[in-house]
Design a binder for this molecule. Structure first.
Ligand code: SF4
Length: 581
């Protein structure tokens, strides 16, 4: 199988003629690295002097946005009048469209804050929303628009269609250089990593900055600090909703060691060759400092989730972290690690420190597709071994798999089902839908193989797919074997004996009628577990309750009733884990 052609083609290859090399202006000797280190211990204080430069950080569809929260904290420490607006939240598969009233609320706020610079953090699925919001805000402000994040990092030239500057790469040092320019009353041309259009309408390539290595100098995300605003459901809120979350989401570092073809790291790692180490960890002490800060902010924290792509990849770090966490934080935590990197001696230490669950990427159930198409390490035998080892150490694995992969066949899906059945029960399985992000190697392969067309990679299509179908939705009516086998995979967490028997039978033999029955059950699971359709949820509760009664299992019945009361009181929409993929 050779799907590697086109791999690592630069995203700007098609527009080279419009791009000219820019010159870096040394900003009168301003040293951003020294400044970042110098302000590290500064408090998060708002500088509201009338002549202080004003910046507004804007995040789209992500209240938890690490970049917006970190840059807000960084600017507060740097003595800037900083604000942060979180425009719309992330409701997995159920994002709400932007309303005119929400645009008005954002415009009113910008009119009141009068920022000199608006900095938007953008990922590809939100490029359409970013254009819409930028257009509205340009009507009420002369602020300079800077965009940063994964979208402008990959296609800075396209971002300049609606922004004045596009930050390519990580922006910590760039942010401080922008602040310095604002203090000096100068424009932003000539800053390393900050692309723009010159007076002849050429895109000026300002390269990208090095990867900052000392992660302890980077502030942790601001939680419920000064001038934070949240707009969703036609309402502007000034209290940070994060403080009500029972789960505390933290990152202990940045970067990943792999280049999975469907992940942004397949572009970022080659792009950053020669720029310094890509995987960088904060010291355990700094992570604990952040947890102390967050514990003071949250009203009722119950769990901690580390959102790192590869958590605890270095043995020495794990040893130090486990000791610090055990001593200073009593909450259970979960994290994510590529199965190949899971080592038993580290699992033992982390379990002792409080880890109770680990996200574990299967992604494809067939070795050849995982390796040749998805460019991921590991084979099924290794996955089963690692899962058993986690269970032995009291850790609940949470498996992730990507469905709707056009390179899958009925045969590969049958193998995937076999693997998932081998993991045993109960099983926590997150089923994602494959997405086609522009320029990713996987997308290029799918284009070359004719599985998708250029139109499927447009900003609009990417937005539609990620906003409403990030998580796999069972196909319907799924009469062919490929489709109903995918629905069977979706059904695996419902592991009652009848369903398990049905799945095993379908895995072995084509049976469209039984496949249709599996599809119906898969749809019910989606309505019940994901969409919380009232009728389905209550029908299932009643059936389970009656079953307990008939068996005389009153303690189980009491447990179920308690759970229902708790869920009814605290029911939240699915906001999903943050993901780079
Ligand atoms: S999918 Fe996960 S393991 Fe693969 S490159 Fe991305 S973050 Fe790393």
């Amino acid at each position: 199988m050779d799907h590697r052609s086109g791999y690592r083609i630069a995203a700007t290859a098609s527009v080279k003629s419009d791009i000219v090399k820019g010159c870096v202006d040394d900003l009168n000797g301003f040293d951003a690295t020294a400044r970042l280190h110098e302000i590290r211990a500064n408090p998060l204080m708002l500088n509201d002097e009338p002549d202080s430069p004003r910046v507004l950080h804007l995040s789209l569809y992500c209240y938890k946005s690490f970049p917006a929260r970190i840059f807000h904290a960084l600017c507060l420490k740097d003595g800037i009048n900083s604000s942060a607006l979180f425009f719309k939240n992330n409701f997995t598969n159920d994002h709400l469209p932007i309303t005119d009233h929400e645009l008005e609320l954002a415009a009113e706020l910008v009119g009141k804050l009068k920022p000199d610079v608006i900095l938007m953090s953008i990922m590809a699925p939100y490029a359409v929303a970013a254009r819409q919001l930028a257009k509205k805000l340009r009507g009420v402000t002369d602020s300079v628009f800077v965009v940063g994040g994964k979208y402008p990092t990959i296609v800075p030239h396209e971002s300049l269609e609606f922004a004045d500057y596009a930050c390519k790469g990580e922006g910590d040092l760039t942010m401080l250089r922008i602040n310095q320019r604002l203090r000096e009353g100068r424009d932003l041309r000539g800053i390393k990593g900050l692309w723009y259009k010159d007076d002849q309408d050429n895109v000026v390539d300002m390269d990208q900055d090095v990867l900052y290595q000392d992660m302890d100098d980077i502030p942790y995300p601001a939680i419920d600090e000064a001038q934070m605003y949240f707009i969703e459901k036609n309402h502007l809120e000034i209290v940070d909703p994060e403080i009500y979350d029972e789960d505390v989401l933290v990152m202990a570092g940045r970067g990943c060691v792999y280049l999975c073809s469907y992940c942004v790291n397949s572009l970022l790692i080659p792009m950053n060759r020669g720029n310094g180490r890509f995987v960088r960890l904060r010291t355990p002490d700094h992570v604990m400092e952040e947890l102390d800060y967050r514990m003071k902010k949250y009203l009722d924290p119950r769990t901690v989730t580390f959102n790192d792509e590869v958590f605890g990849v270095f043995d020495e770090w794990v040893k130090e972290f486990a000791a610090a966490y055990k001593e200073r934080c009593k909450l259970p935590f979960e994290c994510e690690l590529v199965p190949r990197l899971i080592k038993e001696h580290n699992v033992v230490l982390l379990a002792d420190a409080g880890m109770n669950s680990l996200h574990f990427g299967v992604q494809s159930g067939q070795d050849e597709i995982r390796k040749e198409v998805m460019h991921r390490p590991g084979n099924n035998e290794e996955l089963v071994e690692k899962a058993a080892m986690l269970r032995k150490n009291g850790i609940q694995p949470q498996y992730d798999i990507i469905l709707d992969n056009p390179f899958d066949t009925p045969e590969s899906l049958a193998v995937a089902l076999g693997l998932l059945l081998d993991f045993g029960t109960p099983i926590n399985l997150n089923t994602y839908k494959m997405q086609y992000f522009p320029h990713y190697p996987f997308t290029n392969m799918a284009l070359e193989a004719g599985h998708i067309s250029e139109e499927d990679v447009s900003d609009e299509k990417v937005a539609e797919s990620v906003l409403y179908n990030m998580v796999y939705r069972p196909k319907f009516p799924a009469l062919n074997r490929r489709d109903y086998l995918e629905n069977c995979i979706y059904l695996i967490p419902w592991h009652g004996p009848v369903i398990r028997k049905m799945i095993i039978s379908l895995q072995k033999k084509h049976n469209p009628l039984l496949g249709f029955a599996a599809t119906l059950v898969a749809r019910i699971r989606y309505w019940q577990d994901f969409q919380h359709v009232g009728l389905v949820v209550w029908a299932r509760r009643i059936i389970l309750g009656v079953r307990c009664l008939l068996r005389g299992d009153f303690s189980m019945l009491a447990d179920r009733v308690r759970n229902v009361i708790k869920k009814t009181r605290y029911q939240q929409p699915h906001t999903g884990r943050l993901s780079v993929r």
